[in-house]
Ligand binder design. Structure first.
Ligand code: AQP
Length: 320
């Protein structure tokens, strides 16, 4: 079983990225042939600063390794180190109906929010299809927001196979229900481009301030809160630690728990959860040669596979 997933270096990684994609991917690295990549081509649809992309790419590598990605088990690489993916994107784009892309929520949501959109963002699902199909991937662990893109990938693979004969593996999304859509500090989907994230790593003071700044309603601490499960701090606490989350949900429902104490608890649980990863990250930061070596070895392995599949696709559609 080949498992494939990617993450954009479009900003600091956050709890949504971690619980929606990174943790499930790290768990799956023991169950198959895992390929995980830093989607730097994708980041070009929203980030236009070269130095920031370089820095973010390095940071994503540090974050993912610190959180437990094991390069002895998973092939870890940078998307742009496999330029074959761009040629396949063109080939797949010729079979992708406009309507399929016009229906994609992620593009529609960003344009509805007034975020400037470009044609790269519009055709992003075709590049994502290429990312997945070029490694013969079977399983794609993603958050709920990416489910539709994996479905688009399936449609494109089926279309290609029908037009040119059996060429691509048709992949399946793998979504963990309880963390499918981690909310941000404003209650919307936590997203780098919405400015509502809680980062996995960062300075303690700033992160504490962010969590303590989550807006609550004006009910008094003593009031029972029958809607405790809808409380944002409870939802985030449950994402980080299900049993503490349930315990605090009951306390809030019964009355007597102040919002300040609840948010303090959320900060502590979150901070402790990443303590070991923070230490590992600090070590890795002092050993960047190792990080570069992991990515270049990963790129060589990924590229060999991509060249094999691209050759198969080029032959199938008459380019060879
Ligand atoms: N809030 C979330 N809840 C659950 N999963 C999430 N993911 C992202 N946000 C949440 C999952 O993280 C993986 C990598 O995401 P990405 O960085 O490649 O792109 P994204 O989904 O577009 O993440 P952002 O933060 O929203 O980035 P921007 O703002 O740059 O577009 C994916 O598997 C995603 O599902």
């Amino acid at each position: 079983m080949r498992i494939l997933s990617g993450i954009q270096p479009s900003g600091a990684l956050h709890l949504g990225n971690y619980f929606g994609m990174m943790r499930p991917s790290i768990e799956l690295q023991n169950q198959g042939d895992a390929f995980y990549f830093i989607a730097d081509y994708h980041s070009m649809t929203s980030l236009f600063d070269a130095e920031e992309r370089r820095r973010n790419t390095r940071d994503v590598a540090l974050d993912f390794l610190a959180c437990g990605l094991d390069p002895r088990r998973a092939v870890f690489f940078r998307q742009s180190d496999v330029p074959e993916v761009c040629e396949l994107t063109w080939i797949l784009g010729t079979l992708t109906p406009m309507g399929l892309l016009e229906r994609c929520h992620s593009f529609k949501d960003k344009s509805a929010k007034g975020i400037p959109v470009n044609s790269g963002l519009f055709t992003y699902p075709v590049l994502m299809a290429s990312d997945i199909l070029i490694y013969d991937s079977n399983v794609v662990p993603v958050g709920q927001d990416q489910k539709q893109h994996v479905e688009v990938t399936r449609d494109i693979a089926i279309k290609f196979n029908e037009a040119y004969g059996q060429t691509f593996v048709v992949p399946e999304p793998r979504i963990r229900g309880e963390v499918a859509k981690v909310p941000g500090v404003d209650g919307e989907k936590m997203s780098k481009s919405y400015g509502n994230t809680i980062e996995i790593f960062g300075p303690e003071k700033a992160l504490r301030k962010k969590i303590m700044g989550i807006k609550m309603d004006s009910r008094a601490p003593g009031d029972p809160k029958p809607d405790a499960d809808q409380n944002l701090a409870i939802q985030l606490l449950t994402v980080v630690d299900g049993s503490i989350g349930k315990d605090y949900e009951e306390k809030l429902r019964a009355g007597g728990l102040g919002y300040g104490d609840l948010k303090k608890k959320l900060f502590e649980v979150y901070w402790d959860h990443f303590a070991a990863a923070r230490d590992r990250r600090a070590e890795l930061e002092n050993n960047l040669d190792y990080v570069h070596q992991v990515l270049s070895e990963g790129a060589a392995k990924a590229r060999a596979k991509a060249q094999e599949v691209l050759h198969r696709a080029r032959k199938a559609c008459g380019l060879e």
